[in-house]
Write a protein that binds this ligand. Structure first.
Ligand SMILES: Nc1ncnc2c1ncn2[C@@H]1O[C@H](COP(=O)(O)OP(=O)(O)OP(=O)(O)O)[C@@H](O)[C@H]1O
Ligand SMILES: [Mg+2]
Length: 237
């Protein structure tokens, strides 16, 4: 699916600032960032350590709030929503993939994948069906009852991806999804993301890897909390 500037954006951020406070230091992690993401985009967020990539992903994923600026998600101004409404929107429309998988050790693979559906109050029979589908999609249906510690790193990340897609989110957010994987498992994960993108998913991925960034349709280069824009990007924004 080719993103076009005529379709309304999924994400529209304008003048975003984010300050982090510690006891005696204030860090400006994002400095007046503008970002537009269209349906079907596959965006890689790149940039040096400390440039604000994870901070940006947390704002995009409604895990954190900007200090200043506006964020429209599907034409909805996030700042106008209550905490409860934001949380609901996050559960319904976002799928997260992390570098360190973040599976719950006490739950089986299938139970981990089921959890987001329980939060959304999806009935049991439907949950079972969707978990089986998501696990099959990631070729992990032979490991439904395994616990995370009984799985390899690559397998754990595939379970985590199944958990991210089981709610059929409109946005998939990934923070260095291959950071803890060997090259073969990295390739498997990136091919999966490519496939979701080709099927129409919108993906935003933070990465340090040039190989991973090459899978994206667009690279957003962050530097000191602002975006280095190419000429093309100036026109689109
Ligand atoms: N919770 C926090 N409290 C205080 N400062 C923070 C916090 N989170 C991030 N920062 C600071 O904000 C800046 C941006 O951090 P961020 O984690 O977004 O960078 P990053 O681009 O993801 O880096 P990396 O590539 O190392 O993961 C850094 O200077 C960091 O020290
Ligand atoms: Mg980071």
């Amino acid at each position: 699916m080719i993103a076009s500037s005529n379709t309304p954006p999924i994400v529209k951020m304008r003048g975003i600032y984010k300050y982090h406070f510690t006891r005696d230091v204030q860090t400006a992690a994002l400095n007046g960032l503008d970002l537009t993401i269209h349906p079907g985009d596959f965006v890689a967020i790149a940039g040096p350590s400390g440039s604000g990539k994870s901070t940006l992903l947390n704002l995009l994923g409604l895990i954190d709030e900007p200090s200043r600026g506006t964020y429209h998600l599907h034409d909805q101004e996030i700042g106008a929503l209550s905490r409860r409404e934001r949380s609901r929107l996050r559960k319904e429309s976002m799928g997260f993939i992390f570098q360190s998988f973040n599976l719950i050790d006490e739950l089986s693979a299938a139970e981990n994948v089921e959890l987001p559906l329980i939060y959304l109050k999806v009935p049991l029979a439907e949950r079972r069906r969707r978990v089986a589908e998501a696990m099959a999609e990631l070729e992990m249906n032979h490991r439904m009852d395994h616990y995370p510690r009984q799985l390899s790193g690559g397998q754990q990340q595939r379970v985590a991806i199944a958990r991210a897609i089981v709610t059929q989110p409109t946005l998939i957010l990934a923070d260095e999804p291959t950071g803890n994987l060997d090259s073969e498992n990295s390739r498997i994960v990136m091919e999966k993301l490519r496939q979701f993108h080709q099927q129409g998913s919108t993906i935003i991925m933070v990465t340090h890897s040039e190989e991973d960034a090459a899978y994206a349709s667009r690279i957003v280069q962050l530097f000191d909390g602002t975006q280095l824009l190419s000429e093309n990007e100036f026109i689109r924004q």
